[in-house]
Design a protein around this ligand. Sequence first.
Ligand SMILES: [Zn+2]
Length: 1081
Amino acid sequence: MATPGGPRSGNFPPNYNPNSLANNMQNLQINQPNQQQPNNAGGSAPRPPPNATPFGQQAPAFAGNRPGPPPPGVFPRAPVPPNAPAQTTLPPNMVSSRPAGPPPGSQPPTFSSRPPPPGAMPSSIGRPVSPTPPASGPRPGSYPSSPLTSAPSTPSHASASGPVSNGPPTFAPGMTQSGSSFPPAMGGMPRPLVGPPQPQAMLSSRPSSQPLQMRPSFGGPPTALSSASGQPTPPFSGLPRNMVPPMGSSPFSAPNTGMHQSINSPYGMQTWPAQPQQVTPPPPIPGPMQQPPRMFGMPPGGQSLPNQSMALNQTGQSKIDPNQIPRLSQSGSVIVHETRQGNQANPPPPATSDYIVKDTGNCSPRYLRCTINQVPLTVDLLSTSGMQLSLLVQPLALAHPSEEPIHVVDFGESGPVRCSRCKGYINPFVKFIDQGRRFICNLCGFTDETPRDYHCNLGPDGRRRDADERPELCRGTVEFIASKEYMVRDPMPAVFFFLIDVSMNAAQTGATAAACSAIKQVIADLPKGPRTMVGIATFDSTIHFYNLKRASQQPLMLIVPDVQDVYTPLESDVIVQFSECCEHLEMLLDNIPTMFESNRIADSALGAAVKAAFLAMKSTGGKLLVFQSVLPSAGIGSLSAREAEGRSNMSAGEKEAHKLLQPADKTLKTMAIELAEYQVCVDLFITSQMYVDIASLSVIPTTTGGQIYYYYPFSARSDPAKLYNDLRWNVTRPQGFEAVMRVRCSQGIEVQEYSGNFCKRIPTDVDLPAIDCDKTIMVSLKHDDKLQEGSECAFQCALLYTTVYGQRRIRVSTLSLPCTNMLSNLFRSADLDTQFACITKQAAIEIPSAPLAQVRDQATNVCINILYSYRKFCATVSSAGQLILPEALKMLPLYTLALLKSTGLRPDGRIDDRSVWINYVSALPTPLVIPLVYPRMIALHDLNEKEVDDSIIPVPIPLSSEHIAIDGIYLLENGVDCLIYLGDNVQPNILQQIFGISSLEDIPNQFILQQYENPLSKKLNDIVNEIRRQRCSYLRLRLCKKGDPSGMTFFSYLVEDKMASGFSYVEYLIHIHRQIQSKMA
Ligand SMILES: [Zn+2]
């Protein structure tokens, strides 16, 4: 088969050689690291040049990863604020009508340092120390054997030992800094125009404390979007964002919204005509409740929240026009989002939308999103709402290429300024008092002395005069150079160890060859430099290491036969500098498939192999990339085909079925914890054609900050391309090693729990042997006190990590949100995408520990409880016959229904598929959660007839079989899989043009997209490449047709249809409505 890879030049037309797999992959822009510098002018094309080096994310604005003159973005800590020439901060290449996909160039170069255990974070040095014991002192309970904790660091030691020597030079305090690129004071920046000109009010989200008018760009009436796009204003209020306006009169009544805008707005105030079946509307303000409704923010009489109601009579759906129920559609406009305006937090645009962030004090929503953009004062208010208070944290998220790079700040040896009580980091919301000599921590309220060399007078507005020149005082996200105290050892090198299954099955199915081929192509993309180390081993029932140093023609194999009590031979030559062994490694990778092609050993000692590799990596830590094809059957951690001897499906009727989703025993978990302790992150690439007990295996990646890649059933023809691209993205994406993360909250709120792929040894911190731009952590919050009315509540995420180039960094993101005692404000500022992502992640957590029916009910109950609360306390214009949906959450029922029909929650399906789904959801970024359960579907057959416009991807259509024409071709993608469905009566000429076949009979089982010389084929290839880029995923392509299993798979994604796994959309709305009514009664 064609080998992907080879020279990648940037200007190939997409898939220019239709017969080459490689070219499809070359156009997967996401995998091509960016060399482009963030501020590179003239970059009208945000896409990175294909040949960029991996980790090309070094932006000039960041402190150098490499020795050399200080990059402009580095801010030395100087007593006198640098007089940086005012510069515009917005990169010239801002204009983009489309999201530019994972912008590799926008990240700081680094990624990756291992953060000292949070506990190991030093207390402030050289500053008065509060008598209160530092919350983050030496980490209690840390493992003595951990490399991070074995060398206790003390301030005195640190300060005595001088500047840190690892990595590029850092700049000492007082060093002059020329050409600082830091932008002028906020507010003075020119607003970039993005996409079609739009009224500013529409584009930028506004402070949430204002009435609804402030949310025009999301949730609210789509004024901005529709006007921007030149479409007629929809005649009703409360369209869901992106929703297609219904034709004719709207079934959505929009009770008085109380918005300024609504008064003259064409969208407001239409009410749904009362249905004969309706009963008398309940009083506007609900009756008895524990607290008077007003307390929850009922707007004064006559006002209500923007919402959407629909008449649902008791007998059925005949009254409902399916075209008029809330649905998602896409808007092509890019939103420019300023994180704060007028000293108030701006609610972020939906996570799934295209937006460009200007960090004006709060961090970008890409790094930190809250389920509600106003924080309830009390736990009672929160529980009344039915909503949850959680954060989704994605600390290394990819930014839009047009966004300003994160500033790197160097405080020199003393490290960043922190609160001496809570250890919170300096941020734009600390309040300086006493002419700047002291500051009040916005997290714990403690008043601290300002370090002497950090002192600055206050201006007439009470702000420090240098606030706008110091990123840490005016930006929501900054990256601090970690001082010596943040290191208990030298930052670790970038170690990549490849472990390949060569047992009989793996060799025969082509999985071994595919893995070797992928690795061989990817190694060229590993970070360059002396700090990059590699190692490789293969295994069947024994483990085979290879001496990569030995300059022999044939690599020397070193066999470890004992898979019960594992050891590692020749430790020093098993992992070597990449630059020393590159040729040997390539030769070895060429040879391995041949060496094992006739292997007759069926057993696979995965657990032992991981352990042996771990022993080799123990002294450094690093990434362990494992390619596994069968159920591990030998040595430590071996597993059995426990799900009833190969039966791979389970039904909801089986009470104990969920136990098959739990690990078989604790062996692998124990091993995983040890791996994490030594900073080894494991990614599993499962190239299997059988059950491999993912539930047991997944604890390894889940605990070590890794993930599972699943190729089932593995196809040697169509899967190698995806394997290669997945591996390439894995090693080239922005990432960091030996990380520790902690989230701090303002007084009154505390972290209840973290969820995601990490290891937790103490309650307050998560240990991440590795973290990358795709990993997201859910942080559940709880009240421990009542918040202050009129105050703001801040959340601060600090990630200490080592970059792939060996720099230790602390990325600090701070989000400060207003507090409220009004229930209506909570609904108004609810963040649907974040809430739904949290609901989905919680379901994934619960699936292995509870009967499926219970998890499904729970998901529906969450939806009902939220809508019930809104109905009871906030909706004033209503009748019993109406289902009333808060504007911001109107898509919640549809998404919840889709969740019930997802791989994770539907009552049928393979156990391994469900385990993979659980693992995938666990660390999934917020913007990818909704597409996972509610995929995007577009029509392909009429691409030639559509108007050419800016967007490559056509407008999605609802996931209902009503929209499937018999002569149509449809593409459906959820970020993982991409299905192309061919209707029975597709025109043969279209089949020929797109797929090169003349009839449905010729559809191949294993499909590889090719590009033919016609516009239709080109458009399809463009679309697929764009989707891959947007999703940072190669996606598995499959052709589907009616009447065979592939067709069933396709239709199982049409979640608005009635199917075995659940109601139709309309039925589900009625179900929800009835449940709410019965609660009201
Ligand atoms: Zn504090």
